[in-house]
Design a protein around this ligand. Sequence first.
Ligand SMILES: *[C@@H]1O[C@H](CO)[C@@H](O)[C@H](O)[C@H]1NC(C)=O
Ligand SMILES: *[C@@H]1O[C@H](CO)[C@@H](O)[C@H](O)[C@H]1NC(C)=O
Ligand SMILES: *[C@@H]1O[C@H](CO)[C@@H](O)[C@H](O)[C@H]1NC(C)=O
Length: 352
Amino acid sequence: MSRWSLLAAKAWTSCLLAAGVLASQAQADDLSRHCAGDDVSALQVRQEEIPKVPSNESLSLQQSASQSQMFTELDPVMRMIGNFLRLPYPEPNQQIRMNRPLIFMHQAKSGGTSLRELLYNASMRKGWKPYIQCYGAVGCQDFQAPKTKAAVYAGHFCWDEFAQNLHHRGVNEFSCVTNFRKPFYRILSCYSYRAVGVRKDAPECMAKLSPDQLRDVLIQVGCVNEPFRRLSGECSVISHAGDFSSQARSEVWNSTLRNLAQCVPLFLEEPQSMKVAAAYFPQLSGSFLSLAHVSLNENTKYNAKCNIPESHYNVIRELAKSEEMLYATAKRRMWHLRSKVASLLEEEPQDH
Ligand SMILES: *[C@@H]1O[C@H](CO)[C@@H](O)[C@H](O)[C@H]1NC(C)=O
Ligand SMILES: *[C@@H]1O[C@H](CO)[C@@H](O)[C@H](O)[C@H]1NC(C)=O
Ligand SMILES: *[C@@H]1O[C@H](CO)[C@@H](O)[C@H](O)[C@H]1NC(C)=O
């Protein structure tokens, strides 16, 4: 590594270290001023879905920092992140087709349901064959690799199984988009939607659980480390992304970053990412650009009477740590991709 890039990597490390323990808008704003040029502050989620963030922040920052030795400059994952940020960019796909399809690796509770519908509608208009969970003949529970070839795939798939399946069908090249959302809010939303709504095994107000019970519920229902579960190839409900065993953790990070390098990351909170996707996939530019008007799911409204204690927020921050780090990394990559397609962004996109 050159002297310059080592210094740059160090500056970025401190930005990432800070990003890993943040949850409030104020903190993130502060951070984005430190990390000039890196928009780590995109937290514009609708107000009613965010429970009041407690004011006593210093406590949680201290606790988070002392509970873990991860993401120090000696951490091998930090080196991987540095490698990842220098990997070649994926190529734009101007002609999506069955032999070079687009895959939307849908991270749950991150606003992707609307994109599935937009992609399905666009495919229908264009006469393409889609394979999109919950649309056409594809069931909402069809998580397995598809049985047919398609031009556009979308769902909560598992990377390795999916890529192998395409390979068996003679498809060795595909494009990818995946959707990120600020992890702290994604996990909150997952609690309401999955633990309370779908599984019905958790109280609507998480304050009724002890912090340990909350941690168990979030892990058991698969609300933790979603992007690693989609991208690493390790498809189990419980990801090893935050393990103390460095071997397992490194493998998950390595494969996640390798696969993420092939994707255009979308951030519902960051409309620029939609423009990047629109430039990468001009045939679907209208679909990506309309995402800017989509608001996040409605099912996360919080009962004003539910006062969530600081201890519970700390559980969520702690569980979100690896995902926060990946989120900040993916965001950085998105800005790199944006500079690659900057010239294309000048043109007014069409979607016919
Ligand atoms: C923050 O919490 C700690 C520990 O509970 C407490 O001692 C301290 O007074 C609190 N600070 C503020 C500003 O509320
Ligand atoms: C992942 O591991 C492979 C093989 O050891 C290595 O070549 C590659 O650089 C690693 N990826 C990252 C992002 O560090
Ligand atoms: C998709 O098409 C259906 C049927 O035409 C329409 O009702 C729906 O609003 C469209 N969805 C989006 C997100 O444009």
